[in-house]
Design a protein around this ligand. Structure first.
Ligand code: G3H
Ligand code: ZN
Length: 307
């Protein structure tokens, strides 16, 4: 089916206590792995294009591949810009057919973050495209941050309310203890802080970045507290590389790159399926491509009514 926007998807997640996986993809095999997983799991999915993917594949090619694969399946697919770097890039993505944008002004002073986020929202909303913004900073594991440094960058709940009111953003990426690009799953989220943020902005879907390093229990706790979109990149890249290594060994004498790449694609698919089940998004799409009605209370039921 044609691409959809992230608006309905994230509100369905907010209402029904599941989260939509937002998976980064840099090439055809990664995109295929993600889409095949979503189709088999009957799950909505967000395919997102990072700054690195834009440098590697180019904006139009990255967008074009996602649009084509979305047409081949009957589950809702969103094409999202990840960590949009400035106003101009967001506008280029709007023109290229992205159905969800992000302006990441988290490194800017508060007032500058507000001003540019507001500008992006204004233009995107004219054509019905939702915008994710970021407040607080989700750090990078290469910076070897201490616990205190991670804490110091976390989102302030009162500021979050002011930010959302002034910008009109549709979803908000929050810093609650995760760090980008961790290679093992050791991060524990601050659920109390997350709940304090949710109390301030109960109607705004919250987004978790740096999710490859988050412990399974933390995801399960965070979803009933408003996390509706979970970004996963490193964990999929690890699976892709593992598949390539194994494929190159297994087919050491072959000149056919597809043999190793197919193993990579399969690994990505399996990892995405695992996350979709964990996030509670598996099975929420019915056979006609819509959200099941009446909505199934996925996570809250499984978790013993966490609210
Ligand atoms: O924006 C993308 C993500 O936040 C991915 O983070 O590589 O730690 O999974 P990750
Ligand atoms: Zn991120």
């Amino acid at each position: 089916m044609p691409l959809v926007t992230s608006k309905e998807m994230l509100f369905a997640a907010l209402e029904n206590h599941f989260a939509v996986g937002a998976f980064n993809a840099n090439n055809m095999e990664q995109i295929q792995g993600v889409i095949e997983a979503a189709q088999e799991e009957r799950s909505p999915v967000i395919l997102q294009v990072s700054q690195g993917a834009i440098r590697y594949a180019g904006l139009e090619l990255a967008a074009g591949m996602v649009k084509i694969v979305a047409e081949l399946v009957d589950i809702p697919v969103v094409l999202h810009l990840d960590h949009g770097r400035d106003f101009d890039q967001n506008i280029r993505c709007l023109r290229a057919g992205f159905t969800s944008l992000m302006f990441d002004g988290s490194k800017l002073p508060f007032e500058e973050n507000v001003a540019t986020t507001k500008r992006v929202c204004h233009i995107a909303h004219v054509v019905g495209i939702p915008v994710e913004a970021e407040l607080g900073k989700v750090g990078q594991s290469k910076d070897k941050l201490t616990k205190e440094q991670v804490r110091a960058m976390m989102t302030d709940p009162h500021q979050a309310r002011e930010f959302v009111e002034r910008t009109g953003c549709d979803s908000l990426a929050v810093a609650v203890g995760s760090v980008h690009a961790m290679k093992t799953q050791g991060a524990i989220l601050d659920i109390e802080l997350l709940e304090a943020i949710r109390q301030e902005i109960p109607d705004i879907p919250l987004v978790l970045h740096g999710s490859s390093g988050v412990k399974t229990e933390s995801f399960l706790e965070a979803i009933p507290h408003g996390i509706c979109k979970i970004n996963v990149a490193t964990y999929l890249n690890q699976g892709f590389i593992k598949g390539m290594r194994e494929g190159l060994q297994k087919y050491a004498d072959s000149t056919d790159p597809r043999k190793a790449l197919a193993m990579s694609r399969e690994n990505v698919k399996e990892r995405v399926r695992e996350k979709m089940r964990l996030f509670g998004s598996s099975g929420v799409i019915d056979s006609s491509g819509g959200f099941r009605s009446p909505p199934k209370q996925f996570r809250s039921a499984e978790l013993g009514a966490a609210e």
